[in-house]
Design a protein around this ligand. Structure first.
Ligand code: AMP
Ligand code: MN
Ligand code: MN
Ligand code: MN
Length: 276
């Protein structure tokens, strides 16, 4: 059986490995089909694709789009997109354009909370000029001893109600799905178990996502427990959505699961790749 890992990050967003290093690690760890899904970016895909060809593994062009649904930030993974499609490229450019200003505001909010120099500190971790992420602030907060590890940062900082959180409006859900479809791709709701919503909110999100044309959800994700694997397999069937799987790997020492570490999809779901 082929081993799929359809969610990963490189230095073109908030990952620690270059696209070539990421592909080499995936190949060495037995991944047969890898998608690179950098946040709101496509710029790493050419290098990753060439590296995958050289390593003899299959490569899927992807991205992870930042979306605002109701008051919540959700992530939509795009798979099998044409990276040259102008509508998608323009949409991603629009999403990215707010990130630097948001980063400055995160720095201001942390300064107010008694942590000066965070903007400059985070910028030292930024590896793609237009792609400032909370992850870069999280690395700074670990470096300066304000948190033990990444997980600890996202419990105590940078999230709603905590120091360093700033509200930000990302792309509307239906527009993001529209760009992905225009570029020939599938839209997959990323790590649905991670969102802080009630049961009814989750059902509304899944229904809205499907009604907006969404294709699938991540059933297997490093953000999910084994119980959530079963829960989201059942929900994929109920909502008529395809099932995807991805480690959401960001780099050595930082990720909950390594590349290729996910189990096979649960029985009874239809994989996203059944349409490829
Ligand atoms: P941003 O797109 O700038 O809002 O940053 C979101 C990124 O922060 C995610 O893609 C993860 O890399 C990271 N992140 C969010 N929550 C967590 C968490 N609980 N543990 C580790 N990393 C997280
Ligand atoms: Mn990330
Ligand atoms: Mn995500
Ligand atoms: Mn991700």
């Amino acid at each position: 059986m082929r081993r799929f890992d359809l969610h990963s990050h490189s230095t073109h967003s908030d990952g620690l490995l270059t696209p070539s290093e990421l592909v080499a690690r995936a190949a060495a760890r037995g991944v047969d089909v890898l998608a690179l899904t950098d946040h709101d970016e496509l710029s790493g895909l050419a290098e990753a694709g060439a590296a995958a060809d050289a390593a003899g593994i299959s490569f899927v062009c992807g991205s992870e789009l930042s979306v605002t649904w109701e008051d919540l930030t959700v992530h939509v993974v795009a798979l099998q997109i044409d990276p040259a499609h102008p509508a998608l490229a323009a949409g991603l450019e629009a999403i990215r354009s707010g990130r630097t200003e948001r980063g400055r505001r995160i720095g201001d909010a942390l300064a107010v909370a008694g942590i000066p120099g965070a903007w400059e500190g985070a910028r030292r971790y930024v590896t793609s000029e237009r792609l400032v992420s909370r992850t870069h602030f999280a690395r700074f907060l670990v470096e300066t001893g304000h948190a033990k590890e990444m997980k600890d940062v996202f419990r105590r900082f940078l999230v709603p109600g905590k120091p360093g959180y700033v509200a930000h409006e990302w792309a509307p859900l239906d527009r993001a799905i529209g760009w992905i479809h225009a570029a020939g791709g599938q839209a997959v709701l990323a790590h649905p178990g991670r969102y802080k919503v009630s049961d009814s909110g989750l059902r509304r999100l899944l229904a809205d996502f499907r009604d907006a044309g969404g294709d699938g959800i991540e059933v297997l994700s490093s953000a999910h427990t084994a119980a959530q694997y079963a829960q989201f397999a059942a929900l994929a069937r109920v909502y008529g959505l395809l099932a995807s799987c991805g480690s959401d790997y960001h780099g050595p020492g930082e990720s909950y699961l390594d590349l290729g570490d996910l189990p096979p999809l649960p029985a009874g779901v239809t994989p996203v790749w059944s349409r490829w």
